[in-house]
Ligand binder design. Sequence first.
Ligand code: ZN
Length: 166
Amino acid sequence: MPLLYVPGNHDPSLEPPDMSWMPLRTELPPAPGPQGCVNIDGRIVQANGLRIAGLGGSIRYKAGPNQYSQAQMRWRALKLEFRTRLGRVRNGRKLDILVTHAPPFGLADAVDSAHVGFVAFARLIRNFQPLLAVHGHIHPYGRQIPERRIKAARVINVVPSRMIEI
Ligand SMILES: [Zn+2]
């Protein structure tokens, strides 16, 4: 099983550098981000028979990479939704796991402007009803945050780490 991840708002930009005017070289620079891991931001991948999609970043609350307005994230989610619908599946479920940094809107335990969730995530989860939607960004500081649901999908805050059976 590969190690899949999405960047958070405290991570550097993982956009590949613009190479269009670089001198020709034999070796390309390594892809940004943790080596040996797979960035699934804005992508859907298949791993161990599961279809797993990711959307990194948080709501924009200051300057910096990996932050988006609700409208920008709606657009990113629509592109992902389009790709997800194209997938051919045997069991009828187009999406098994959604991995996001920020929570879906309405389910966050914090309501300050930096930690409000994305409306687009709640919509994705309602539309596709994955088995599991995991997110970070909300630090519970020792409190136990109960598992929540959007329709049939389990929604779990995985800060700082979680082992989940599916
Ligand atoms: Zn965060």
